[in-house]
Ligand binder design. Structure first.
Ligand code: NOJ
Length: 540
């Protein structure tokens, strides 16, 4: 079948704001302390009120939860903790009724070790599913076949199956055996998974660790990392030359893209987690035949929050994104500290303005709209396997329940129920109900910015030009035809003045009390960001 081309203008995600829901933590309808699909459905109107266009759910499929859903044991079912396929159908229908698109996580690099494919594969060397996974004989000394390390800090990326005498490859936990995408049968089975969900009305996918799913066919040793020192995480002992970003991976992404293009009403989104810096990352657009949106997160997490670093990243991304392709921006997700904890709470509103006005599709992580920070999770409450293996490295602090209101369970679960992870100690003040009453809150700022995006094509589709940076401030201009929007952000903890010739009307500031017109220069308060429109000077 030939490729169908969807006009760039019809690609709904270019205008959209995506919102990531971590299903365990958003809304618990059945009172077991863990979020679920009925809970998500009951809160959809929050997303409508806020003005987002699509929700992306982290994995909801059956899983032993060794990695909280990123270890799938049945690709075409729903984990009972979240509900069933009927609940998912109801959620999709309710979302579509509200013009919200539904995006699911898709985890192609590995399955759970409980997946029937792996159970069969492990049963004997001659099982028909054996080659769904990567098996190798021990090295001559009986040890692992090569020096690759598991990403979760726990030693080799190989575990020996005593019964069949071979090692299986796992880039992550031993409970997450890697699939072998060089096997046509894996390609057929896994693309059928995409078709299954698209037939159920799913509007797109976020592909987990997209840059890892094909490795060097010869499984050569990775070079040692000359910069590794004791105290650094174990997986950094080697440079991951042969085990990720291997050139053959792109053929698989072209296959995934062709698969989502079999369904074109509406066009389906293929987004991917591509944890690489801009030049390598941009290769995952392919020739507009791989990802629509390779999520650009890696470079932001390590970014010092300064005007020159942020401007430099935007310019690097703009240089790297091919002409027909489209960037995306993310500040937080379920794997890294939330952005207010990472860059400093005082920058939170300013950072939200930058996220929502840069060129590209923004992705909000649940709670970003409240400027939620990380929650302290005491050792006895740790849930993340990574946190158990490497104390302090766990991802629980950024996965705690969504605070909806000022009640003792924050509206996340019924009264008297203990949530699976503790609520933030500030949930009593930092919650949806409280912030929706407060015009100066991050929540109202995000809502106003999303409304501005809908009104202003320059913010949605316009070009971006980083106009000027000083030690203290950053400016960018978005332009679509005659419509121009100017964004200015202060990084200083004191008042600062930015020269800006001409007259500008203020559309929104992080300070709600600021209104009116500025002429030739802008006085910004500490960490203030403003969105403005150039105007003709008034004539008498
Ligand atoms: C990336 C996911 O975002 C993370 O949560 C997961 O642990 C790994 N991939 C393994 O699937």
């Amino acid at each position: 079948m030939g490729r169908r081309t969807v006009d760039v203008e019809d690609r709904w995600w270019r205008d959209a704001v995506l919102y990531q829901v971590y299903p365990r933590s958003w809304a618990d309808a059945n009172g077991d302390g863990v979020g679920d699909l009925r809970g998500i459905r009951s809160r959809l109107d929050h997303l409508v009120w806020l003005g987002v266009d699509a929700l992306w759910l982290s994995p909801i499929q059956p899983s032993p939860m060794a990695d909280f859903g990123y270890d799938i044991s049945d690709h075409t079912e729903v984990h009972p903790v979240y509900g069933d396929l009927g609940d998912l159908d109801d959620l999709v229908a309710a979302a579509h009724q509200r013009d919200l698109r539904m995006v699911l996580d898709y985890v192609p690099n590995h399955t759970s070790d409980h997946h029937p494919w792996f159970v069969a594969a492990r049963s004997s060397r001659t099982d028909p599913h054996r080659d769904f996974y990567v098996w190798r004989d021990p090295a001559p000394d009986g040890g692992p076949p090569n020096n690759w390390r598991s990403r979760f800090g726990g030693g080799p990326a190989w575990t020996l199956d005593e019964a069949t005498g071979q090692y299986w490859l796992h880039s992550f936990l031993p409970e997450q055996p890697d699939l072998d995408w060089r096997n046509d049968a894996v390609q057929a089975a896994m693309t059928d998974v995409l078709r299954f969900w698209m037939r159920r009305g799913i509007d797109g996918f976020r592909v987990d660790v997209a840059h890892r799913i094909v490795k060097d066919a010869r499984l050569r040793n990775n070079p040692p990392n000359p910069d590794w020192e004791p105290g650094m995480s174990d997986d950094r002992r080697v440079v991951e030359h042969y085990s990720r970003n291997w050139p053959d991976v792109h053929a698989v992404h072209r296959l995934l893209r062709a698969t989502v293009e079999e369904f074109d009403d509406p066009p389906r989104l293929l987004a991917g987690e591509v944890n690489l810096a801009p030049p390598e990352w941009a290769a995952y657009f392919g020739d507009d035949d791989e990802f629509h949106l390779p999520f650009n997160f890696h470079s932001i997490v390590d970014l010092p929050w300064t005007p020159s670093a942020v401007a430099g990243l935007v310019e690097d991304v703009e240089r790297a994104v091919p002409d027909r392709s489209w960037p995306s921006w993310i500040l937080s997700n379920h794997d890294k500290p939330r952005f207010p904890s990472r860059i400093g709470r005082e920058f939170a509103c300013q950072a939200l303005v930058l996220l929502l006005t840069a060129r590209g599709t923004p992705v909000l992580y649940y709670g970003d709209e409240l400027a939620l920070g990380d929650t302290d999770v005491p050792p006895e409450a740790v849930q993340d396997p990574w946190g158990h293996q490497v104390p302090g490295e766990g991802r629980d602090p950024e996965r705690t329940p969504m605070p909806w209101d000022a009640t003792p369970t924050a509206g996340f679960c019924p009264a008297g129920v203990a949530p699976w992870l503790p609520l933030g100690s500030d949930a009593i003040t930092r919650n949806v109900a409280t912030q929706s009453e407060d015009p100066s809150s991050p929540l109202q700022l995000v809502r106003d910015l999303l409304a501005l995006r809908r009104q202003r094509r320059s913010l949605r589709r316009g070009s971006i030009h980083v106009r000027a940076t000083t030690d203290h401030a950053l400016a960018w201009e978005r332009r679509a035809g005659d419509e121009v929007t100017v964004v200015l952000a202060s990084f200083a903890d004191h008042d600062t003045v930015v020269d800006l010739p001409g007259h500008h009307d203020l559309l929104r500031s992080t300070r709600i009390d600021r209104r009116g017109r500025v002429v030739d220069h802008v006085e910004l308060g500490p960490h203030e960001a403003v969105v403005m429109e150039p105007v003709e000077p008034a004539t008498d």
